[in-house]
Design a binder for this molecule. Structure first.
Ligand code: NAD
Ligand code: GLY
Length: 370
């Protein structure tokens, strides 16, 4: 795959789920252009949900993208992973009920993965299910969380432990929004982009290695291709296994370790993508201890994660038992078996049904901390 094969910056893909199929539109200037939002509204009633950081940047622009006849309400929630709670979702239901919105209303999630996950969950439950549209504004939400219908909130004992599968009507990705995203958040999104290369697409991984600097400089063509390829890989997996009975679990590479880091550190103290980056490296190391990856391939994994501006070390003070106690709560586990996504080779992930405990223990004790 070369840059000359990369497509123009305006692209549309489809998540193929029968009569619940939906498009992902990717491009510059989508926000504020009525062409994009209007076709996906269920009726006149629209609730835009965003947060205090995103509202001053994009709420006004999004409002211009709604038809004049729409009855529009807005809800601005506080910002941050720590707000991804049932209490915040309840505020969305309060707003819907206070507005007297019925089953033909549409919720619009304007923000990153936190807003998208909460709004999707609110939509899944309100009057047993109403329409919602994802307008993701972080790289992570554009390449991952807005696609595929996983919605929900955190519980003090575990991340994303309460939720539902509920697909949006459309995903509208305006790449211009990335211009205001802090660099650390952009790097966090790159962790999920790298994940697709590691689990499914060695050529894409090689392209990312070559184009990382262009991506971090927000070069439009490189950005559009990275988002499109990531969304395509995710859309294919979701179409094959919507409710994670099989192949979708591969999207959790690094997440079992990463979720343990996030929960142990307190939600919001480590960015999700940062924790996933370290988690992917831990998965690569464990794959190496199993004799699957070579030391060079682990080095290559570490190098691309580092080139995205992501940390390579686990938090200091987090012991092996701190990892294990959180990892035992992972949703992938079956009965008492701890399941992990590991790498057979770069570009091919597999679900390992019962973690190799002595090797895992050793890894958790020896993995570098900072
Ligand atoms: P986030 O939603 O907290 O956004 C990161 C920060 O960037 C926030 O402060 C936000 O207000 C701010 N922000 C958003 N857009 C901005 C913009 N354009 N300019 C400036 N600031 C902006 O975090 P995230 O990384 O987008 O998402 C992480 C969440 O996504 C986690 O809760 C994770 O569990 C979830 N997630 C869900 C799925 C899924 O399949 N549903 C997949 C991956 C991650
Ligand atoms: N981010 C994992 C999934 O959507 O399945």
């Amino acid at each position: 795959m070369t840059m000359s094969e990369t497509p123009s910056t305006q692209r549309s893909l489809q998540v193929a789920l029968g009569d619940r199929s939906y498009p992902i539109h990717i491009g510059s200037g989508l926000l504020g252009d009525p062409t994009w939002l209007s076709p996906y509204l269920a009726g006149r009633q629209v609730l835009i949900v965003t947060n205090e950081a995103v509202a001053p940047l994009y709420l006004e622009r999004l409002r211009h993208g709604l038809p004049n006849e729409a009855e529009v309400r807005e809800l601005v929630l506080p910002d941050g992973e720590a707000t991804k709670t049932l209490a915040c979702v309840s505020r969305i239901w309060d707003a819907l009920l206070e507005a007297g919105f019925n089953r033909r209303c549409t919720l619009v999630a304007l923000g990153g993965g936190v807003i998208g996950d909460m709004v999707g969950f609110a939509a899944a439950c309100y009057q047993r299910g109403v329409a919602f549209i994802q307008v993701p504004t972080t790289l992570l939400s554009q390449v991952d969380s807005s696609v595929g219908g996983k919605t929900g909130v955190n519980h003090p004992l575990g991340k994303n432990m309460v939720g539902a599968f509920w697909q949006p009507r459309a995903v509208l990705i305006d790449t211009d929004t990335l211009k205001t995203l802090p660099a650390a958040e952009f790097s966090a999104g790159l962790a999920e982009v790298i994940k697709y290369g590691l689990i499914r697409d060695a050529k894409f991984l090689a392209w990312l290695e070559a184009e990382m600097a262009a991506l971090r400089n927000l070069e439009p063509e490189a950005l559009a291709w990275a988002i499109e390829r990531s969304c395509q890989l995710k859309a294919d997996i979701v179409a094959a296994d919507e409710t994670e009975q099989g192949v979708r679990a591969l999207l959790n590479l690094g997440h079992t370790f990463g979720h343990a880091i996030e929960a142990h550190q307190g939600y919001g103290n480590w960015l999700h993508g940062e924790a996933v980056g370290v988690g992917m490296l831990m998965a690569a190391e464990l794959s190496c201890r199993l004799g699957w990856l070579s030391a060079d391939e682990v080095e290559r994994s570490a190098a691309i994660i580092a080139s995205a501006g992501l940390p390579l070390k686990a938090p200091v003070g987090m012991g092996a038992e701190d990892f294990l106690s959180r990892m035992r709560l992972d949703k992938k586990n079956v009965d008492d078996r701890l399941r992990l996504v590991l790498l057979e080779t770069l570009g091919k992930a597999v679900v390992y049904d019962e973690a190799p405990m002595p090797l895992l223990q050793e890894l958790l004790e020896r993995f570098p901390r900072s």
